[in-house]
Write a protein that binds this ligand. Structure first.
Ligand code: AMP
Length: 175
């Protein structure tokens, strides 16, 4: 295990039964609060994405914004938020899906991705993959292409990768 991964592993806090009984919630706020940890996390994302030709980072509401925006800044490229329904002010495309807990609808601004544009998806955690697949669908609805999906954490047992068939998926910590 690299030093960075070991540091991130130490910083992740598992909270039992949040937001509902049976869920082991992976709390990444201690990573954000630790300068070295946050830097290490962003560097890992950048190292994975910099060998692609992506023109934008697409981050998923809400923790995907925290890492995705930092990654986009570090790479000198744009950032696009995929948000929960009702938050984006301009014209949107939407997509509904099932979560590990509950259901949700996500939206993207319809001018956020240009036809033919390549993007990378960033989020904190891959669980069932429903959220990431919804984001991929939104990008495709706009004519864009997700060429890579990168997550800090993967919950292996939920097999979320199956929802992202055909897209290279990288995760740094698996549970
Ligand atoms: P999913 O669509 O099932 O892959 O869920 C992924 C989204 O829900 C991500 O944006 C995560 O932030 C959040 N999430 C799902 N399960 C957990 C968990 N056990 N701990 C922390 N976040 C989670």
């Amino acid at each position: 295990m690299s030093d960075s991964i070991a540091l991130l592993h130490r910083l992740i806090r598992t909270v039992s039964d949040f937001p509902q009984p049976g869920i082991q919630f992976k709390d990444i706020t201690p990573i954000l609060a630790d300068g070295e940890g946050f830097h290490a996390a962003v560097d890992l994302f950048v190292a994975e994405i910099q060998d692609t030709n992506v023109q934008k980072i697409v981050g998923i509401d809400a923790r995907g914004f925290l890492f995705g925006a930092a990654v986009a800044y570090a790479m000198g490229i744009g950032f696009i938020p995929v948000r929960k329904k009702g938050k984006l002010p301009w014209k949107t495309q939407h997509y509904s899906y099932t979560l590990e807990y509950g259901t949700s609808t996500v939206e993207i601004h319809e001018d956020a991705v240009a036809p033919g544009e390549q993007v990378a998806l960033v989020d904190d955690l891959l669980a069932t993959g429903g959220t990431a697949a919804a984001a991929v669908n939104l990008v495709r609805q706009l004519g864009g292409e997700v060429v890579k999906a990168v997550f800090l954490i993967e919950l292996d047992f939920l097999e979320g990768r199956k929802n992202l068939a055909g897209i290279p998926v990288t995760t740094f910590l698996q549970y």
